[in-house]
Design a protein around this ligand. Structure first.
Ligand code: NDP
Length: 490
């Protein structure tokens, strides 16, 4: 073949790089038509039900119980019985065995859980498969390790469990939040009543099967489903401790409700994290971190890097690179393995995002969304970035909880700290710079529970997580995460 012929052939190579669909099969998951509440190791027929759907298609998936206060109180009484009649007296090494078993079963069934999580919650399968499931199993492994070492974790303090924990979790990381709540509670010797979010109950209900498979004693883990009314009943019920993750508004209401009751409380609430980029950073790496920080899980992340602070000298370069990178993000079917951004979790959340984005445009910020075709059915929102944002704009102040980034600028480290801390929240922050000394200087001054340096959204069960100010109090993860589930003998 002559050189010319070769060139001619090369020209036939297609220049468009569309991805062929790569759907994960739903076959592995069996969804029942109807679910009750899981209490005392049994399924109780619910008095009321509602339909849970797939947000990507609005397809109904199952009928799920809407717990009444009486049903919730019954679950709490069952948990108390299990606490008093066996679980709290079990040696830590025995409790550990159950937790190890749960961790291993989650690993074995991880594909099934990942598919169900993406189906019911809308998040991309590659995230549920590679982040949610491995981390959920890791939490059970980690806390299994502490169960027989509590005396060493808290030397000379004689730890003992507090009793029944009421746990209320949100819809952004349904199974992972369940693991964050249940693993330390059980390791410390408590029993639990947990309520998943109204829109994402299915992986918590599948977890009941894991509990059964692990032969956990009846009543140690109880799951009731339903909307905020069921959550409120847990708070009002005879529980010793409440662990809540969700909005600041509901967190405050819960705090008011339990004030003076003697119930222990930890709150993990909203955030408006600052992701701070200095001009000496590795720019391409920072762009990846920014994308991960805000578009991971459609931005439904309490620690999302939703306020980007860029050093003025690199603003234009960075924004250009960011927009170019955004064009490569694929929005669509959560069960497609190529999808980067899945469905918005619910119509209500979509409306909230739309309202705040409209406010951003109205207040004068400049909007950019890459060209992308959104599916016709279901709840979708294109990845969005706002430039020319003033600190007073709602999009720079309020938690949007969607794939929407606000870009602001700064000149000096001190200015970056001041602007980053100018928020009612204090959950997380990110710093991008080459200088270690600057990272430490910044981290000391940022009022945020977690500060990442040259990375973002890194989680490890050994590392405590929690907030300052309106992001709540108490820590989850690590040895710190055991403490709220223990009381100490004088
Ligand atoms: P909520 O705070 O309402 O939900 C969190 C959990 O609390 C859910 O299980 C919810 O049930 C339950 N709940 C609701 N009302 C009560 C109550 N009065 N007493 C006890 N439990 C209650 O958050 P939303 O789902 O409404 O989301 C609203 C906003 O909150 C989002 O737009 C986002 O900004 C923020 N958010 C922050 C999260 C975080 O991790 N920081 C997580 C989720 C939301 P139900 O699902 O039935 O409402």
């Amino acid at each position: 073949m002559t050189e010319l012929e070769k060139k001619g052939k090369a020209a036939l190579v297609p220049s468009g790089w569309d991805y062929a669909p790569a759907p994960e099969s739903r076959e592995i998951v069996r969804i029942d038509e109807r679910y009750g509440h899981f209490v005392g190791g049994e399924w109780l027929e619910p008095r009321e039900t509602y339909t849970t759907i797939a947000p990507a298609s609005e397809e109904p998936l199952a009928e799920v119980g809407q717990a009444t206060p009486e049903e919730v109180y019954g679950a709490i009484a069952t948990a108390r019985e299990a606490f008093e009649n066996g679980w709290s007296g079990l040696p830590g090494s025995e409790r550990a065995k159950y937790l190890f078993r749960i961790a291993r079963i989650l690993q074995e069934r991880s594909r099934e859980f990942a598919v169900l999580e993406s189906l019911n919650g809308g998040k991309p399968i590659k995230e549920s498969r590679d982040v949610d499931l491995p981390l959920a199993a890791a939490h059970f492994f980690y806390y299994a390790g502490w169960a027989d070492k509590l005396e060493y974790a808290f030397p000379n303090r004689r730890p003992r469990p507090v009793g029944v924990a009421g746990q209320i979790i949100p819809w952004n990381f349904p199974l992972l939040m369940l693991a964050w709540k249940i693993a330390p509670a059980l390791a410390a010797g408590n029993t639990v009543v947990l309520k998943p979010a109204e829109t994402t109950p299915l992986t918590a209900l599948l977890f009941c099967d894991v509990v059964r498979q692990a032969e956990l004693p009846a009543g140690v883990v109880n799951i009731v489903t339903g909307d905020g009314r069921a959550g409120a009943a847990i708070v009002e019920g005879d529980v010793d401790k409440i662990a809540f993750t969700g909005s600041t508004e509901v967190g405050k209401a819960i705090q008011r409700e339990v004030a003076g009751s003697g119930k222990r409380l930890t709150l993990e609430l909203g955030g408006k994290a600052a992701n701070i980029v200095f001009d000496d950073c590795a720019l391409d790496q920072a762009v990846e971190g920014i994308v991960n920080g805000i578009y991971f899980n459609q931005g439904h992340v309490c620690c999302a890097g939703s306020r980007l602070f860029v050093q003025e000298s690199i603003h234009d370069d960075l924004v250009e690179k960011l927009k170019r990178r955004m064009k490569t993000l694929r929005v669509g079917d959560p069960l497609d393995k190529n999808t980067d951004i899945g469905a918005i979790n619910s119509r209500a959340q979509l409306e909230k995002i739309q309202e705040l984005v409209a406010a951003g445009e109205e207040e004068g910020a400049e909007i950019y969304q890459p060209p992308c075709k959104l599916p016709e059915r279901g709840y979708w929102f294109a990845p969005t970035v706002f430039t020319n944002v003033a600190q007073s704009y709602r999009i720079a102040q309020e938690e949007i909880f969607g794939p929407v980034l606000s870009v602001l600028t700064f000149r000096t480290p001190a200015e970056a700290v001041e602007k980053a801390n100018n928020t009612p929240y204090g959950l997380s922050a990110g710093i991008w710079t080459e200088k270690g000394s600057r990272i430490l200087w910044m981290a000391e001054r940022l009022r945020a529970g977690v500060v990442w340096a040259n990375t973002f959204n890194r989680f490890d069960p050994a590392s405590p997580f929690g907030g300052y100010k309106e992001s709540g109090f108490g820590r989850e993860g690590g040895r710190h995460g055991l403490e709220p589930y223990l009381e100490f003998e004088p």
